[in-house]
Design a binder for this molecule. Structure first.
Ligand SMILES: NC(=O)c1ccc[n+]([C@@H]2O[C@H](COP(=O)([O-])OP(=O)(O)OC[C@H]3O[C@@H](n4cnc5c(N)ncnc54)[C@H](OP(=O)(O)O)[C@@H]3O)[C@@H](O)[C@H]2O)c1
Length: 333
């Protein structure tokens, strides 16, 4: 039997995503075959395809890192995975596919009642926002925060979780996308039309408690002075290139060394590869919040699993509010 998956055949635009067919084999030792139900189309997928991320896989590779699926077959020694159970996995490759093979150790249980399409953005984008808010920043109700990149996949997760945590939120977004910010109770600032530094100083002359920046360091110089003394900027945007990564780390070390009363912290979900326990705890919390209807991931587009190229083109054109999700045929609405 055969199945279809998408392969990045060379670096560059979405046309380099090709549908290929391969054999549906049995899983090897400690491996699980997963039938993909939904896979988030994330900004890191695009950065990897262009080779911008310092950690981009070598081509050819199968994209799709934040996956929700169902255990389809279990290899020898994979003792905890039960066929038919709903699971999520990150980081992984190959989610733009009908099936994917994953080491059993990378699976996370998903409550059966959860909608895979709404769960897919939780796997990476909500996890990033939750850990930045609660593990790096340790926010408290009433804190004043600014979210940079507020209309995107991670940005809307920050707003949703920030609303739940009782934060006073400001967000930078294009004017055309401002309504999603107000829906989550945030005050939008159209950074394309007005100087956000002046707007923030007017709104919060005593300074902000926290800033969450997904733009990869370009905002640090302008944003840092907007914090009150003791305030923290959490930088979670991926650096685009190895040189930028090194420069960013050097800059953060230098700025944190200066006696300006403000700190920068870096967040990366890739730490899951080294230190899994807090990730498992936080996914469990997020899945419970989703089950209880306390969080509402914004999914503005659903595409068939093998239409990853179309979804990638849309995301990289900057047209998307919230998240895009690739969806198995039986779940397409
Ligand atoms: N650290 C981690 O583990 C981790 C996890 C997930 C994602 N990330 C990274 O986080 C970043 C954001 O990811 P995402 O999934 O939220 O991306 P996204 O869904 O594409 O959203 C990014 C948003 O940023 C806004 N934007 C673009 N250029 C901007 C600029 N110059 N100034 C301010 N806003 C701008 C755009 O909205 P407007 O049209 O409103 O400007 C866009 O919607 C990416 O670098 C991604 O790789 C990191």
């Amino acid at each position: 039997m055969k199945y279809k998956h998408i392969v990045v055949v060379k670096r560059g635009p979405p046309e380099n995503l090709r549908i290929e067919e391969c054999d549906l084999r049995d899983p090897v030792a400690k491996e699980v075959r997963v039938k993909v139900l939904a896979c988030s189309v994330c900004q890191p997928d695009i950065q990897n395809r262009y080779g911008l991320s310092p950690f981009a896989p070598e081509v050819p590779y199968e994209p799709g890192c934040a996956i929700v699926g169902v255990v389809d077959a279990v290899g020898p020694g994979a003792v905890r995975a039960i066929p038919g159970r709903k699971i999520a996995t990150y980081p992984a490759c190959g989610g733009y596919a009908e099936y994917v093979y994953i080491p059993e150790s990378r699976l996370v249980a998903v409550p059966p009642s959860l909608d895979p399409i709404k769960t897919a953005p939780v796997v990476l984008n909500y996890l990033t926002a939750y850990q930045a808010l609660h593990r790096r920043a340790k926010v408290k109700a009433g804190n004043k925060v600014l979210v940079i990149g507020a209309s995107g996949g991670c940005g809307t997760a920050f707003l949703d979780l920030g609303r739940l945590a009782g934060l006073k939120m400001y967000g930078l977004a294009s004017g055309s996308k401002s309504s999603i910010l107000t829906q989550f109770g945030a005050i939008p600032i159209d950074y394309r039309k007005e100087d956000f530094v002046k707007a923030m100083r007017r709104a919060e002359p005593d300074g902000l408690d926290f800033i969450f920046d997904g733009m990869g360091g370009d905002y640090i110089n302008r944003a840092l002075p907007l914090l009150r003394r003791g305030g923290v900027l959490v930088e979670y945007g991926n650096p685009l290139g190895f040189g930028r990564l090194v420069r960013r780390v050097a800059k953060v070390l230098l700025l944190n060394f200066l006696p300006n009363g403000r700190r920068i912290k870096i967040y990366g979900a890739g730490l899951v590869l080294l230190y899994r326990k807090p990730f498992l705890e936080d996914w469990a919390i997020l899945f419970r919040l989703l089950e209880e209807g306390k969080i509402r991931p914004v999914v503005s587009g659903e595409f068939p699993l093998l239409e990853g190229a179309q979804a990638n083109a849309m995301l990289e054109n900057g047209q998307v509010v919230g998240n895009l999700v690739l969806v198995a045929p039986e779940l397409l609405r």
